[in-house]
Design a protein around this ligand. Structure first.
Ligand code: PLP
Length: 239
């Protein structure tokens, strides 16, 4: 594929404008919605371009690829961006993930949370995490069922070294973005309920929902973080 220089920068502008319009339709402040660039399968050049366009939050769903990005982009820990893990974390890669990622956004079991807590304590670190909620209860996808999320959140609050800062929702794919709306509305209600039960409600602020095809709907339904890949970078190459 031929690379058009500046294409990513202009797509960042378009996505930010669409995001702001969706926020304003609901009388929300556009600055209250963070744009995460999902960089899976992208090259260091593409990632540099998205960073140059002012994006400061990156999401990656593989530990190995995440490590390669960081190496290519230069040394931490004072990087100019935050990197979140948004995939399914295998327990044998948890230690490496804790070293590299600022937040683990796909936590869906107490077993995994307990492991992350032990690793954080061993390393003398504190780490943020988001619980992943499987909105359509699709068995092939990760994430905790909505009905089990509250109990898991309560268990996670008791684990040292971890701070539960929000929810990541994934809903069944449908071409029509409107199909996502009821799922996102339900996740917003769940988010509000969990915040009321949170020991430090002010730190529970990420409602991560919405992707390239439906982020405008997610923002209308209260998302504070949208995860966008193809709308920024173009079609994904096969992994
Ligand atoms: C790939 C991915 C995205 C981005 O999807 P696009 O359709 O490219 O915007 C968002 N969230 C997760 C968890 C992903 O794996």
């Amino acid at each position: 594929m031929e690379r058009v220089y500046g294409a990513i920068q202009s797509r960042v502008g378009q996505v930010k404008a669409a995001l702001a319009q969706a926020a304003l339709r609901r009388d929300r402040d556009p600055s209250g919605v963070a744009l995460m660039a999902v960089v899976k399968t992208r090259s260091p050049e593409e990632i540099r371009e998205v960073l140059a366009a002012g994006v400061t939050l990156l999401g990656e769903n593989r530990v190995q690829e995440g490590a390669a990005h960081l190496e290519a982009l230069g040394p931490g820990p004072r990087r100019s961006f935050r990197l979140h893990f948004i995939g399914r974390l295998q327990t044998n890669k948890a230690r490496k993930a804790m070293d590299m990622f600022d937040s683990i956004d796909g936590v869906d079991s107490l077993h995994l949370a307990q492991l992350l807590s032990r690793l954080a304590q061993d390393a003398g670190l504190a780490r943020d995490l988001l619980l992943e909620v499987n909105l359509g209860e699709e068995s092939q996808k990760g994430g905790v069922a909505p009905s089990a999320a509250e109990a898991l959140a309560e268990a996670v609050h008791g684990l040292p070294g971890l701070s539960l800062t929000g929810l990541m929702g994934v809903c069944p794919y449908a071409q029509d973005a409107e199909a996502s709306r009821p799922y996102y509305r339900d996740l917003h209600h769940l988010f509000d309920r969990l915040r009321r039960g949170h020991p430090q409600p002010g730190t529970f602020r990420w409602l991560s929902m919405g992707m390239s095809h439906d982020f405008h709907v997610a923002v209308e339904e209260g998302a504070t973080l949208v995860r966008v890949g193809e709308a920024l970078f173009g079609p994904r190459r096969p992994a």
